[in-house]
Design a protein around this ligand. Structure first.
Ligand SMILES: Nc1ncnc2c1ncn2[C@@H]1O[C@H](COP(=O)(O)OP(=O)(O)OP(=O)(O)O)[C@@H](O)[C@H]1O
Length: 348
C-alpha cells in the first residue's frame, strides 16, 4: 500500500510531467478565522482534473465542496484563507499556481471566466439584475476572446442558441428577471461557456430547477463538454447525478477527500463506510418496498475537531483507540482508488 498524504505524495505522475492533467490541488486548505474559533472548511484536499473528463465531487451539505470550488476560482470570501497548491495548466501549456496569484490581479482575472468558469446553484447570483443578459455575455467575451463588439454579440447569440435558448436574437436583450428559471440557467451556462473554458465548474447547477429541466441541463453540460472539449468539475450531493456525469469521483467529508476513484469502482467497489452509507441512501427500483437507510446524524461543524477520522462519530465500524487517535492518511488500495480509512485494508 502506498500513502498519498499531501505532504508525502507518492504518485509517479503529476501536472508537471503529464500534460493530460489540467488542474491539480495538493494539500488545499481553506480556513475561516471566526470569533468562535478556526473553521477548517477544506483541510488538505488533493484532486486532479484530466483534460475533457468530469470529476464529480460528492458529499453532504457542509463537507467543503463549494469552498473547494471557490478556492480554485480564487473567490473565497473574507475572512477565508487559502493554503496549499492549485496548479493549473494554462492554454499556452504553462503551469501556474492559482493560489499564489493575487485574487484581484490581471492573471487571475484572465483565468477566471476565461479559462476556468463556473455555473452556480442560483443563476440570479451570477447575473447583475440591472444589465441585459447580452451585455453581460458580451462583456466577458470582449475581455477574453475578441475586442470587436459585433463579433462578440454574434458569439453571444451563437452560444445562447447552442444551449437551447429559443429566439436568442431577441432574448439577448432581455434582463435576467424576464427569463424563466430554466432559461436563466441556460443563459448562465452560456455565460460560462462563451469563452470556451478549459475547465467548467458546475456547483449543484440543477438544484433550483424542476425535474424535467434538470435532466435537460445535465444533457446540455454533457453535450457541450464533448463539443467545446472542456473538463468539468461537477459538484453535487446526489449520487444519481454523479453516475450520469462523472468519469472520476471524489467523495468529501468534513473538508477532506475520503474516497477517490473512477465512477464504476465507486458504485461497485466503494470501501469507505461513508461512501457505502451514501450509496445505501440512493433510491432504486429494486428496493421499492424496502426502507432506504440514511446515515445517522449530520456533518459536524469543522471547528475544534477531535483527532482521528472525521466520520468517527457516525461510523458503525468505528473502533475506539484505532480510528480516533491520529489523522488518517489517504491510502492507495488499488490503481486509481484511494481511501481514507484505517479499516480499508480489512474491507478489501
Ligand atoms: N464565508 C464563510 N464563512 C464561514 N464559514 C463558511 C463560509 N463559507 C462556507 N463556510 C463553512 O465551510 C464549511 C463547508 O461549506 P461548503 O459550502 O463548502 O459545503 P458544501 O459541501 O458545498 O455544502 P452545500 O452542499 O450545502 O453547498 C461549512 O461548515 C460552512 O458553514
Amino acid at each position: 500500500m502506498e500513502t498519498i498524504e499531501a505532504k508525502d505524495q507518492n504518485i509517479d505522475t503529476n501536472i508537471e510531467n503529464n500534460d493530460e492533467i489540467i488542474l491539480e490541488t495538493k494539500d488545499l486548505k481553506v480556513h475561516f478565522k471566526l470569533d468562535e474559533g478556526l473553521l477548517e472548511a477544506v483541510n488538505g484536499v488533493d484532486i486532479r482534473i484530466k483534460k475533457k473528463k468530469t470529476l464529480g465531487i460528492v458529499g453532504e451539505s457542509g463537507s467543503g465542496k463549494s469552498v473547494t470550488a471557490k478556492a480554485i476560482m480564487q473567490i473565497v470570501e473574507s475572512p477565508g484563507q487559502v493554503g496549499g497548491e492549485i496548479k493549473f495548466r494554462r492554454s499556452d501549456n504553462t503551469v501556474v499556481d492559482i493560489g499564489k496569484l493575487h485574487p484581484k490581479g490581471d492573471e487571475v482575472r484572465n483565468i477566471r471566466g476565461g479559462e476556468i468558469s463556473m455555473i452556480f446553484q442560483e443563476p440570479m447570483k451570477a447575473f447583475s439584475p440591472i444589465h441585459t443578459i447580452g451585455n453581460q455575455l458580451i462583456e466577458g467575451i470582449m475581455l477574453h476572446v475578441t475586442k470587436d463588439e459585433k463579433e462578440a454579440r454574434k458569439i453571444a447569440i451563437d452560444t445562447l442558441r447552442s444551449v437551447g435558448m429559443s429566439n436568442p436574437e431577441q432574448r439577448i436583450d432581455q434582463y435576467p428577471h424576464e427569463l424563466s428559471g430554466g432559461m436563466r440557467q441556460r443563459a448562465m451556462i452560456a455565460m460560462a461557456l462563451c469563452c470556451n473554458p478549459s475547465i467548467l465548474i458546475a456547483d449543484e447547477p440543477t438544484t433550483a430547477l424542476d425535474v424535467t429541466v434538470q435532466a435537460q441541463v445535465l444533457d446540455l453540460i454533457n453535450n457541450l463538454k464533448d463539443k467545446v472539449g472542456s473538463a468539468v468539475i461537477f459538484i453535487t450531493h446526489d449520487l444519481g447525478v454523479i453516475a450520469e456525469m462523472s468519469d472520476d469521483v471524489a467523495v468529501m467529508y468534513l473538508g477532506k477527500v475520503v474516497e477517490y476513484t473512477d465512477v464504476d469502482t465507486l458504485f461497485f467497489g466503494a470501501v469507505h463506510p461513508y461512501t457505502q452509507g451514501l450509496l445505501r441512501s440512493i433510491p432504486t427500483i429494486s428496493l421499492k418496498n424496502q426502507r432506504l437507510e440514511s446515515i445517522e446524524g449530520t456533518v459536524p461543524i469543522p471547528m475544534n475537531l477531535p483527532k482521528g477520522c472525521g466520520f468517527y462519530s457516525r461510523c458503525k465500524f468505528a473502533k475506539d483507540g484505532v480510528c480516533n487517535v491520529d489523522d488518517i492518511p489517504l491510502v492507495k488500495v488499488k490503481e486509481n482508488h484511494f481511501v481514507r480509512c484505517v479499516l480499508a485494508e480489512e474491507q478489501l
